[in-house]
Design a protein around this ligand. Structure first.
Ligand code: NIG
Ligand code: FE
Length: 422
């Protein structure tokens, strides 16, 4: 008997990870938080999830996808990227391998500044084309929503150029894009003797203009020794808040100048990196309900032994998300399954923590938890089917693309659609 009609029915799902969406963001997630339904089905209509459950579905569908016993879960959410840039920095990679420090390269005019030159020099069309291809690659690895930051323009005109490219990508690419204004990523060359002047430009011109044109949802600051100090960062983020931009902080990445301690002063939605964070910072984050966005790809590429204080985060119940930090310098990693593996391998996060960190907690880090990040009725049908039978295989098959199907709002948009034999 025909009961409900749907557009797409996914059947024979070995494990459906629905992911708990109660009391989000989740702290100290465990197997139960994954909300596993064994031998499951999932029904989609008008791009939304309308039903899921165990056993055979009686729902009649236009299209049936046979998951063939594979794991199915929400599309990955990459909540921290610097996706839009010109050029590349493989030379710096070689220099770092030979022992040169990231911050030294930066102080000598390389690093972020070199990408600023390259990005300024390229036309919007060229930057769009490159970013579009990056997004294709991210989608093929199961990312269905992506935060992107500006920060390689560092002038009003060039920052707007980047954010307009982001807006165009949001319109034209299948990926959903959430934009962040990161004009405070570095002090540009032309202001090297006048940092005060650049901060003024950020406060008086860039933030108001970005807000007026509705080009960003968040404002971010690289609060770090030799970049923006705490006082400057606070001013910038507060100006952002005044203009309707929620705060994010690149915090405690190379040193601790009290960046994450700013969290409760600027109501930070997330503090990202956090290698050098201490209890004080975590208390401040706890107070403001800020999410710790951890970026293990950066650890790997900067070859850093230091890791974030995961046990303290667990003890204080600070929620954790994980992201790629995809950028041309410190993390050319775009694949979220790789980030899941690295979170486990480098940070000793459990597979459950990593999966929650790449789905529902990542949704919270971009304030999209009402629409994505878990599988429940009414949410967007952003789904990945992976060529694994047990979710613990997701971090285990390191750097193998095991994505079979990527489904965005109910439509298959990427994937290999064939199974391996094991
Ligand atoms: O998150 N820390 C600052 N920004 C980026 C690196 C950007 C770059 O090297 O181009 C990061 O690691
Ligand atoms: Fe970053």
């Amino acid at each position: 008997m025909k009961t409900v009609e749907c557009d797409v029915l996914i059947k024979n799902i070995g494990q459906l990870l629905t992911i708990s969406s109660k009391n989000v963001p989740l702290t100290n997630p465990n197997r139960e938080s994954l909300g596993i339904i064994e031998n499951a089905y999932l029904a989609i209509k008008d791009g939304k999830i309308i039903d899921s459950g165990s056993g055979r579905s009686r729902i009649d569908a236009d299209r049936v996808i046979d998951a063939d016993g594979c794991v199915t879960l929400p599309g990955f959410i990459d909540s921290h990227t610097h996706m839009i840039f010109g050029g590349k920095r493989e030379r710096e990679f070689s220099l770092r391998i030979r022992g040169k420090e990231y911050l030294t390269i930066m102080q000598e005019g390389g690093g972020i500044k070199s990408t600023v030159y390259a990005t300024r020099a390229e036309s919007s069309e060229d930057v769009f084309e490159t970013s579009n291809r990056h997004l294709d690659r991210a989608l093929a690895w199961g990312t269905t929503t992506c935060e992107v930051k500006s920060g390689y323009g560092l002038s009003t005109e060039d920052e707007i150029k980047i954010l307009e490219v982001a807006q165009m990508l949001e319109k034209k690419h299948k990926m959903d894009i959430i934009s962040t204004f990161l004009g405070a990523h570095e002090v540009p060359e032309e202001f090297s003797e006048n940092k005060k002047g650049y901060v003024e430009l950020l406060l008086k011109e860039m933030i108001p203009e970005v807000s007026k044109r509705k080009l960003a949802k968040f404002c971010d600051v690289f609060c770090e020794k030799g970049v923006f100090n705490r006082r400057e960062s606070e001013k910038i983020l507060k100006e952002g808040l005044k203009h309707g931009l929620h705060s994010k902080i690149h915090a405690d990445e190379f040193s601790n100048i009290g960046a994450s301690e700013l969290s409760d002063k600027v109501n930070a939605v997330s503090c990202d990196h956090l290698l050098y964070t201490n209890e004080k910072g975590l208390f401040s984050m706890k107070k403001s309900g800020s999410i710790a966005v951890l970026l293990p790809g950066t650890n790997l590429f900067l070859m850093k032994k230091k890791v974030p204080p995961i046990n303290k985060m667990r003890e204080l119940r600070v929620p954790i998300a994980i992201a790629s930090d995809f950028n041309p310098g410190s993390s050319p990693v775009i694949a979220m399954p790789v980030i899941i593996s690295l979170s486990c391998l480098l940070y000793r996060m459990t597979p459950e923590e990593a999966i929650v960190g790449a789905t529902i907690n990542a949704a919270c880090a971009i304030k999209k938890e009402d629409a994505i990040g878990s599988i429940e009725k009414g949410k967007e049908a952003d789904i990945v089917i992976m060529d694994v039978r047990n979710y613990e295989e997701i971090p285990y098959w390191f750097a193998q693309n095991r994505i079979l199907y990527v489904i965005k709002r109910g439509k298959v948009v990427a994937g290999k659609k064939r199974r391996n034999l094991n």
